[in-house]
Design a protein around this ligand. Structure first.
Ligand code: SF4
Length: 344
């Protein structure tokens, strides 16, 4: 019988999806795609990926991007911290490697924002190194195939999973093998209902034999959700709204938000004017609720309420254009859209 790798690679050649980042082996393009695909669906990445690479075709081009250019280029993807780390990485590539993404796995791993997985993906796909790249898909495939019942996120399980990939990985086709494993996890060995009848590595699969695929992999339960009722002031003036730049230590840092106590803080409507005076030295009268929007950040389930505001003194707040080029946070944009729809 053909080996695990032979069967997997034969299946991959027939069934691989045509994704923009699979069209060439440019390490920068692969790096960008891997960062964008963290916590984001493949379909949501296609368009931003192509747009981003047109605007920043090399690490050197992105290394000099301003914060606003970065936010605009990353629009629609969320988790902007990833983009900042990618820019830090691009700057390190310019400073240490004359602008060329290094092929050496150790040099890759020393770049800001590049962890074990991303290092493995770039080293194997772009440079053909026999490096494992264990993402959530690969964890699932091997946890099921080998019947691993320990928590896959422990350091010991991660070592075991990397060793299993290396054990099966054909050195001449490392990049294809890693991508094939990810593709199998994404399209056949899926989280909820794996399609074992279509799986090229079904023979020898412990979970298919035991009928417990749906229970694997084992992960410790997610943190319990915390609900937050945030409130912001909404003042509009000739195509602009009053806002502030989100401070560095908060989620969505560097973007523009409607002003309040911060997206993760509960606030009573009676306290909103006081908070704006304390945070921004602004004098604002707060009125009725105009709109609300739901948003989630990690385990926080947030409802943001926007209240009409009459401004006597802006203090440190500023008027920001409502145009799509202004990097409003997603909840602020949802609230502005809801109010515009009511007014229409
Ligand atoms: S046989 Fe089923 S459980 Fe096993 S690897 Fe394939 S899809 Fe996953």
């Amino acid at each position: 019988m053909n080996s695990f790798a032979d069967r997997l690679l034969a299946w991959y050649e027939q069934h691989r999806r045509d994704l923009p980042w699979r069209r060439d082996r440019d390490p920068w393009a692969i790096w960008v795609s891997e960062v964008m695909l963290q916590q984001t669906r493949v379909e949501a990445v296609r368009e931003p990926f192509e747009r981003f690479l047109r605007r920043f075709p090399t690490p050197a081009a992105f290394a000099v991007a301003s914060d606003d250019e970065l936010l605009l280029a990353w629009k629609g993807l969320g988790y902007y911290r990833r983009a900042r780390l990618l820019r830090d990485g691009a700057r390190a590539v310019v400073e240490r490697h004359a602008g060329a993404v290094p092929g050496d796995p150790a040099a890759l791993l020393s770049l800001p924002g590049v962890g074990t997985y991303t290092k493995g993906a770039i080293a194997s796909i772009a440079f053909g190194h026999a490096e494992p790249a264990v993402d959530g898909n690969v964890e699932r495939v091997f946890a099921r195939h080998r019947g691993i019942t320990a928590d896959v996120k422990t350091a010991a399980s991660q070592r075991l999973l990397r060793a299993l990939v290396v054990e099966h990985l054909p050195p001449a086709r490392a990049g294809d093998f890693n991508q094939a494993l990810m593709e199998l996890g994404a399209t056949v060995c899926t989280p909820q209902s794996p399609r074992c009848e279509r799986c090229p590595v079904r023979s020898g699969c412990a979970a298919a034999k035991a009928g417990n695929a749906a229970q694997l992999p084992v992960r410790k339960p997610p943190r319990q959700a915390v609900t937050v009722t945030a409130r912001v002031a909404l003042a509009l003036r000739a195509g602009a709204a009053l806002g502030n730049r989100v401070p560095a230590e908060e989620p969505n840092a560097g973007q523009i938000e409607l002003p309040g106590a911060g997206i993760l803080r509960d606030l009573d409507p009676a306290d909103l004017a006081t908070v704006l005076r304390q945070r921004f030295a602004a004098r604002v009268t707060i009125g009725a609720e105009l709109a609300r929007a739901r948003h989630a950040i990690t385990h926080h389930r947030i409802t943001v309420h926007a209240h009409a505001a009459t401004v006597a003194h802006e203090g440190a707040l500023q008027w920001f254009d409502l145009a799509p080029t202004t990097p409003w946070t997603t909840p602020s944009r949802k609230l502005l859209a809801a109010v515009a729809a009511t007014d229409a």
